[in-house]
Design a protein around this ligand. Structure first.
Ligand SMILES: [Zn+2]
Length: 386
């Protein structure tokens, strides 16, 4: 049994919005799962083969990007870029959720074609994880002509995501609501575009349409990239309990508005974070960290709770066993510290100042995938391995 230990942890950020900081300075990982959290005497009970001395820095869950648009493998035709997923891993992202694969060259738009694409993307990413990242893809795009049987067939093939509604030819609330009913009957999770039109061929989606369609998650409530007006955002906040996604490739003013409103209502469990990339705004390898720093520095929300918006909140909504520091969870962990020169003294204080933490280790399923990040500024204190 492979056993690893993180020792001398300054702060354990759990990823749970209601209990964001855990007591202890030691985490034990066994066979890819978190086995125990506590103090150094755990080392008497567990024989660790590998010890990560994190030198008083912070351990957080691996981050989840709730909104990516992959195609196949680690290449995107949208911005003609290789290794963009690997780059995000260096920004602490260990899990990604596809909001659809609309950038597939020559994307089919007939029912058989969209089904085939979703099955292909789903199986391809499950067979091969780029750089170890858990990419949940194969998010079927809703096109006219899909039937209830098609959703049953997709579900049998393992497809469990519906790409953001609005990308395909299904555009009215009536058409979409019927298909969402079929999708939910088959236990699929449904995303919906919200706000202004993103690319030619997609459509603007208002708060009324979102409420009539009743998805699992409202994608980029702060704009992808054009945000809903504040009064419509308010209606989604007041009249629904839907999770609201904040993305990097959106509108920062609207992001602050959403987070502030939900803080006032004590409903921070409703926020999840994504990049919405690759997109017209590009590819931002540190996009999740940037979104965290923006929300933590501009809203007064504790940075430890902001971490939960990019980890435990999303895992809960999508039913994933990752991105929470808790025994039995998949050992996806990030070690971070204040970057050299930051006004903040540790990773969380840096976020509060609006700085991006420096990452010195990223682990997926108990395997260290990254030590010194090639994308973040260097951490003040680096992990030592023995
Ligand atoms: Zn969108």
């Amino acid at each position: 049994m492979a056993c690893k230990a993180f020792i001398n942890i300054g702060k354990i950020v759990s990823g749970a919005i209601d209990n964001p900081v855990l007591d202890g300075d030691t985490i034990i990982v066994e066979d890819g799962l978190i086995a125990a959290i506590g103090t150094a005497d755990l080392l008497d009970k567990y024989q660790a083969d590998q010890i990560f001395d994190v030198k008083g820095t912070t351990v957080t869950p691996g981050l989840i990007d709730s909104h990516v648009h992959p195609v196949l493998g680690d290449f995107t035709p949208r911005q003609k870029t290789l290794d963009f997923l690997d780059s995000a891993l260096h920004g602490g992202v260990t899990t990604m959720i596809s909001a659809g694969e609309p950038h597939t060259p020559g994307r089919p738009k007939d029912p058989d074609g969209v089904k085939a694409l979703a099955v292909l993307a789903h199986k391809s990413f499950y067979n091969l994880r780029p750089s170890g990242i858990k990419v949940h893809a194969g998010a079927v795009i809703l096109e006219k002509g899909l039937t209830e049987k098609d959703f049953e067939e997709l579900s049998r093939q393992g497809v469990w995501l519906v790409g953001e509604i609005g990308l395909g030819s299904v555009k009215t609330a009536d058409e979409a609501a019927t298909m969402v009913g079929w999708a939910k009957k088959n236990k699929m999770k449904v995303a919906i575009h919200s706000g202004g039109t993103s690319i030619p061929g997609s459509s603007a989606i208002t708060a009324d349409m979102v409420m009539a369609i009743n998805p699992t998650v409202v994608s980029h409530t702060n704009g992808g990239p054009t945000a809903l007006p504040e009064d419509e955002i308010d209606r989604l906040i007041e009249q629904t309990e839907l999770p609201l996604e904040i993305v990097q490739c959106g509108n920062i003013k609207a992001a602050v508005f959403i987070a502030t409103r939900l803080k006032e209502k004590n409903q921070l469990h409703r926020i999840i974070m994504g990049n919405d990339s690759p997109s017209g705004s590009g590819i931002i390898p540190l996009g999740i960290l940037r979104t965290m720093a923006q929300v933590a520095s501009l809203t007064g929300i504790e940075p430890e709770k902001v971490v939960a918006m990019a980890s435990g909140n999303t895992a809960g909504i999508y039913g994933l066993n990752c991105s929470l520091v808790e025994p039995g969870r998949e050992a996806d962990l990030v070690v971070m510290d204040a970057p050299i020169g930051s006004a903040g003294q540790d990773a969380m204080a840096a976020l509060q100042k609006g700085d991006l933490p420096g990452i010195s280790l990223v682990m997926i399923d108990g395997e260290a995938k990254v030590f010194k990040s090639r994308n973040t500024p260097p951490a003040t204190r680096q992990v030592e391995v023995s």
